[in-house]
Write a protein that binds this ligand. Structure first.
Ligand SMILES: Nc1ncnc2c1ncn2[C@@H]1O[C@H](COP(=O)(O)OP(=O)(O)OP(=O)(O)O)[C@@H](O)[C@H]1O
Length: 264
């Protein structure tokens, strides 16, 4: 295998997905390559197929045409290497915070003592010390999100897929969690593909931003985000380079929104 091929995490090759009975394809002829260790944001108008792309990467949907590959292998069923953080935290209400976080370790038959250590470590990392024995209903939305992030990262998955990870949270909690995610996931050197509607979030977190067009969903442009890591959101926001890139991204997204309004 060439070094180029071995650095590849996810690849979409001319992927079209048409839901049964749909007038037009949800996504059409999407080609995309995500290298290992990269953070990639997918952004675009509502309905342009962002979640569909995550579902295809997770192996929950199969392309109508084209192929999805992960780590050099064609994805033909559920992609067990991928950890998926959906829009809702989806915690199991009858399990404590600790048990929710450790779920993937239990499925993988990690011995109890090791499980306990790793859960303790992650509870601390996501700032939930003292809440291990609480139940999801006793947590705020932000705390539930922290649990779902710890649950997704605890078993060192090869790739994490996140659908609007911080969507419903207030601005301050979002900022804090965005910075936490940067710190946590950079340490693990993992691959992250996430969908967002938030231009700032895309630029804070990602190495590349995939801007999609709608009707049907296609890749309009892939924008490189050159900011060095480790990143501090506070310093990024103050830099002129950030403002410049934000404007570039905004004009791309704005033209997509105008196009989708015109075709609606
Ligand atoms: N299960 C389904 N059956 C039929 N059509 C679907 C299904 N899921 C999604 N679609 C359609 O596919 C298209 C893409 O949907 P998708 O959810 O991927 O878009 P999105 O960009 O994630 O949207 P949003 O930003 O609003 O969450 C939309 O037109 C949607 O109506």
């Amino acid at each position: 295998m060439s070094s180029k091929a071995s650095a590849e995490a996810l690849r979409f090759e001319n992927v079209t997905l048409r839901f049964p009975g749909a007038r037009q394809a949800a996504i059409e002829d999407v080609s995309l390559r995500v290298e290992r260790g990269r953070f990639v944001a997918v952004i675009g108008p509502s309905g342009c197929g962002k979640s569909t792309i995550l579902n295809l990467a997770a192996g929950l949907l199969s392309p109508t045409e084209g192929e999805v590959h992960f780590a050099g292998e064609r994805v033909t069923g559920v992609n067990s290497a991928a950890s998926y953080v959906t829009q809702q935290a989806n915690l199991l209400p009858w399990l404590s915070v600790g048990a929710n976080i450790g779920l993937a370790l239990k499925f993988r038959k990690v011995p109890k003592a090791e499980r306990k250590d790793r859960i303790g470590h992650w509870v601390k990392l996501v700032g939930l010390t003292g809440f291990e024995d609480h139940y999801p209903r006793e947590l705020s939305g932000g705390m539930q999100k922290r649990v779902s992030i710890a649950r997704a990262l605890i078993y060192d998955p090869s790739i994490v897929l996140m659908d609007e990870p911080f969507g419903p949270l207030d601005a301050i909690t979002r900022l804090k969690l965005q910075q936490d995610l940067l710190n946590l996931w950079e340490e693990q050197n993992g691959t992250l593909v996430f969908v967002t509607h938030d231009l700032n979030e895309a630029l804070y977190l990602a190495d590349q931003v995939v801007v999609m067009s709608s009707g049907p969903g296609t890749v309009r442009q892939v924008l490189e985000v050159p900011f060095e890591r480790p990143r501090s959101i506070g310093s990024l926001v103050e830099s002129p380079e950030f403002a410049e890139l934000y404007n570039e991204l905004w004009s791309l997204v704005k033209s997509e929104l105008q196009m989708s309004d015109a075709t609606a």
